[in-house]
Design a protein around this ligand. Structure first.
Ligand SMILES: NC(=O)c1ccc[n+]([C@@H]2O[C@H](COP(=O)([O-])OP(=O)(O)OC[C@H]3O[C@@H](n4cnc5c(N)ncnc54)[C@H](OP(=O)(O)O)[C@@H]3O)[C@@H](O)[C@H]2O)c1
Length: 410
């Protein structure tokens, strides 16, 4: 049964972060994401599906009898992205990791515990995983098997964060980006545009604030979130996402990070924002897929900072954690050892759910059909006694398999 847990994933370990975009389900909003995931689940006969897309991975975690053979993989990838490159389809395993059974569970636990992240020990991944899970559950995509895996992954991750120093002196992609920005020695009143006001840009804003930048203009679809960030700065201002198209006050740097899967900063929009100003601009793109069109970074006078370029800084951060990763692996081995038992017990509990009803039906049939005549011929006291005996038997019979399942005897 455990072999029905399967993962198809693409991570920073095998491909550039930019290439991860090829494996993302590209949609304009969450309603269409739901439709695409439902379609994926139906088309490939998946019993349950959890989709996780972060800046350094895209993971399809599912429960299915489906064999993950090369034909399945090619069809799956082509279905995800009809324009996926021929190179990937020719040699998918050069890009994608395919895991089954306990290997899939182990990978999932490692993701939750941030042991597989580009920045080891960053805790945002657990929040992102929870959000992805909650969304897929609300859409009816996941069921009892992935719920169990998710519960155990969270328990494992929490224990690892609490009992190792893996998350200590933690850095995030946002903090690494700001470290890079600081190398340009911008004045504190530099005009910085923050486009998107999600979790990542909220973190970015906290670092900008810490470094005493004050002239921050935030654009976001939900203006109240832009206002929340702008309020942190003396010269902070908030606008709607649509106001970008008419913004004409120029800028020195911009940090772009939204959940949109297409370029937000197109060449035309960039020209509008530039307002004919000369001199180098700093562009930071933390989104995956990228939100700044490639041509904007290539054809303008810019210092371009994107997540792939932060790898080296992330590696420097690794040194401190090597030791902790070892302890975390040892701790995880114990949780992994328990998982098959927990899973089996849960399957038995589910399988035994109908036992009480079946036993009750046997009793009712005995009393009302098979021994109906004999029961009718009994005097009142004897009939009450027989009924009480049958009820006693019913309760005891129901208890036997339940107890055995709980004790792991079956
Ligand atoms: N979390 C991390 O650790 C991390 C690190 C590095 C990079 N990233 C990448 O950063 C990007 C955003 O991640 P996040 O964690 O900040 O996400 P998030 O908290 O979910 O925020 C998403 C942002 O994108 C905006 N957005 C989403 N759909 C939109 C649409 N259709 N039109 C306009 N705006 C839209 C949201 O606007 P509303 O506020 O109006 O919803 C919000 O500002 C992703 O590409 C992710 O891979 C994340």
């Amino acid at each position: 049964m455990l072999d029905r847990f399967k993962i198809v994933t693409v991570t920073h370990k095998k491909v550039s972060l930019h290439s991860i975009s090829e494996f993302v389900v590209k949609t304009s909003d969450s309603a269409s994401l739901r439709v695409r995931l439902e379609d994926l689940k139906g088309t490939f006969g998946l019993n349950e599906l959890l989709y996780l897309a972060t800046c350094n991975r895209v993971t399809y975690f599912f429960h299915s009898e489906q064999s993950l053979n090369p034909t399945f993989l090619t069809q799956f990838l082509r279905h995800l992205n009809p324009e996926i490159s021929a190179e990937i389809l020719e040699r998918p395993l050069d890009f994608v990791n395919v895991l089954e059974g306990m290997d899939a569970i182990e990978h999932f636990f490692q993701v939750a515990s941030s042991m597989d992240s580009m920045v080891i020990g960053e805790r945002q991944i657990l929040g992102q995983l929870r959000e992805a899970y909650d969304q897929c559950r609300a859409w009816g995509l996941v069921g009892d098997n992935l719920r169990l895996a998710m519960d155990q992954a969270v328990v494992t991750a929490k224990s690892i964060y609490a009992n190792t120093r893996i998350g200590e002196k933690s850095v995030s992609v946002a903090s690494l980006a700001i470290q890079k920005l600081m190398r340009f020695h911008l004045p504190k009143d530099a005009r910085i545009l923050v486009i998107g006001a999600g979790q990542t840009n909220m973190l970015v804003a906290k670092f900008l604030h810490k470094h005493h930048f004050e002239n921050i203009t935030v654009f976001n679809r939900t203006v109240s979130k832009a206002e929340e960030i702008a309020a942190m700065f003396d010269l902070g201002r908030a606008f709607s996402f649509d106001d970008l198209a008419t913004y004409s006050e120029g800028f020195d740097a911009m940090v772009v990070c939204t959940g949109l899967t297409d370029a937000v900063i197109t060449p035309a929009l960039y020209a509008q924002l530039l307002q004919g100003e000369e001199g180098s601009k700093i562009l930071i793109d933390l989104a995956i897929p990228h939100n700044i069109a490639r041509s904007v970074a290539a054809e303008n006078d810019v210092h371009y900072i994107e997540i792939d370029g932060l790898r080296a800084l992330a590696q420097e951060n690794m040194g401190f954690r090597e030791q902790e990763v070892q302890s975390a692996k040892e701790m995880m081995a114990e949780f992994l050892h328990e998982f098959p038992k927990i899973h089996q017990q849960r399957r038995l509990e589910i399988a035994l759910r109908q036992v009480p009803e079946e036993i009750r039906a046997v009793k009712d049939r005995a009393m009302n059909e098979v021994f109906h005549k004999e029961m009718a011929g009994l005097d009142n006291a004897t009939r009450v006694l027989v009924e009480r005996m049958m009820e006693y038997m019913e309760k005891k019979c129901i208890g036997i398999p339940m107890k055995a399942a709980k004790e792991g005897m079956l």
